[in-house]
Design a binder for this molecule. Structure first.
Ligand code: CAP
Ligand code: MG
Length: 425
């Protein structure tokens, strides 16, 4: 018996065990209704034609409902029964609601704006081990933003040179030093040697400054190697690991988190721009960031508004709210769905990319104090080098925490003065 499935049902009210996805749907020479029927089918139990193997039982249990279509904004909401998904399996969830549908001829453009996860699915993910409170406790920093650098050049230094640049940054006053996103284990900079030497100088910098210092080693690699590297960091007393979550994929991130190594996980988002930047096609960075929170990163790059990368104020602020708050109110403008985070810890927003000390006051105004600010070129590009660059960053942070204008503060702080001279637009 052939069953014709209809997915549009505007009377449907999503239940507590539905996963809701919001899409921007631009149909291709068909009506938005027809496009929605195809999207809902292809992302769940349907295909391009009716099939003899479909039965009423399957349809009743697993058929999603397209319950909202706004023809003006092209925003569509689909409620998917949680039964459609393997709770705890993020790759499968994305293969369903962010899989084939992006390549269908039925759409000219399709963007996944947000996902609202039901508790039955959220319960199967760990969430952050440390979160904002745990990272602050680790560093002994109660209120102010954390400041860090990325060793530059991104790749090219020997492991000894890398460790020395990190040491100068910590000595100059930075809390955190990270590997760059494309630094792994190179012929001239072996991972294990780098970690060992950098942690040795980290300990030295802690003794000299009396402040806790953190090193974020980039463990991005094939999963067995990644776990080996993360365990190596742990064996040397390193508290952090960094992973490029997009190039590693949800499986890689889940593997690292579920190894439960007790390390702070820093999520870099390199490659996200391939699909987050087009407002008419792809997946929003907000969706990526909340997925990373659910799987369990402790900090994630969200954009820097005033830096070199795309990502406007409203978007970056919405992402910041999504990863830090416990109850998320729906926001039609920013296409944010309601979400309760239950006992899933808040994640530290990382602002990075094109920052220099002069950007700190405006960034703090826009994002508040629960942020980690990272300066690569804006530290190592200081006329007097890395140590001075780090001091300039700390000076700008101190001035901002005391609401003193940087220009005024720089009159008595030469490193900040030189940074302003070099980078003031
Ligand atoms: C910043 C950075 C970061 C970007 C990532 C870089 O260096 O190390 O990877 O911030 O962008 O390689 O560009 P600079 P986002 O401080 O020298 O720019 O944070 O937007 O993901
Ligand atoms: Mg980088």
């Amino acid at each position: 018996m052939i069953i014709l499935l209809k997915y549009i049902n505007k009377k449907y009210k999503p239940g507590s065990n539905d996963l809701v996805a919001e899409y921007r749907v631009e149909p291709n020479k068909i009506s938005i209704e027809e496009a929605c029927e195809k999207i809902a089918g292809e992302s769940s139990i349907g295909t391009w034609t009716t099939i003899s193997t479909m039965n009423k039982k399957i349809a009743k249990k697993l058929k999603p409902n397209v319950y909202s279509i706004d023809k003006k904004t092209k925003q569509v909401k689909i409620a998917y029964p949680a039964e459609l998904f393997e709770a705890g399996n993020m790759p499968q969830i994305y293969s369903a609601i962010a899989g084939n549908i992006f390549g269908m001829k039925a759409v000219k453009g399709l963007r996944l704006e947000d996902i609202s996860f039901p508790k039955s699915i959220m319960n199967k993910f760990s969430g952050p081990k440390f979160g904002v409170k745990g990272v602050r406790k680790l560093l002994g920093i109660k209120k102010r933003p954390l400041v860090g650098t990325i060793v530059k050049p991104k790749v090219g230094l020997t492991y000894k040179q890398h460790a020395k640049v990190a040491y100068d940054a910590w000595r100059g006053g930075l809390d955190i030093v990270k590997d760059d996103e494309n630094l792994a284990s190179m012929s001239f900079n072996n991972f294990e040697k780098r970690v060992k030497e950098t942690l040795r100088l980290r300990d030295k910098a802690e003794k000299e400054t009396g402040e806790k210092k953190m090193y974020m080693a980039n463990v991005t690699a094939e999963t067995d190697t990644m776990l080996k590297r993360a365990k190596y960091v742990k064996s040397l007393g390193g508290e952090y690991v960094m992973i490029d979550i997009i190039t590693s994929g949800w499986s890689g991130l889940q593997t690292l988190r579920e190894a439960n190594l007790g390390r702070v996980i820093h999520a870099h988002r390199a490659m996200h721009g391939a699909f987050t930047e087009n407002p008419k096609h792809g997946i929003s960075m907000l969706t990526i960031a909340k997925t990373a929170r659910l799987i369990g990163v402790d900090q994630i790059h969200v954009g820097a508004i005033v830096g070199k990368m795309k990502g406007g104020k409203e978007e970056v602020q919405a992402i910041g709210e999504e990863i830090e708050k416990n109850i998320i109110q729906p926001d039609k403008e920013e296409h944010v769905l309601a979400q309760r985070w239950w006992n899933i810890k808040p994640v530290f927003a990382v602002c990075s990319g094109g920052l220099w000390p002069g950007k700190i006051p405006n960034l703090m105004k826009a994002m508040g104090n629960d942020i980690i600010m990272q300066f690569g070129g804006g530290c190592h590009g200081h006329p007097d080098g890395t140590f001075a660059g780090a001091r300039a960053i700390r000076q700008a942070l101190d001035a901002s925490m005391n609401l003193i204008p940087l220009k005024e503060y720089s009159e008595f702080h030469k490193e900040l003065n030189l940074a302003i001279k070099k980078w003031k637009e």
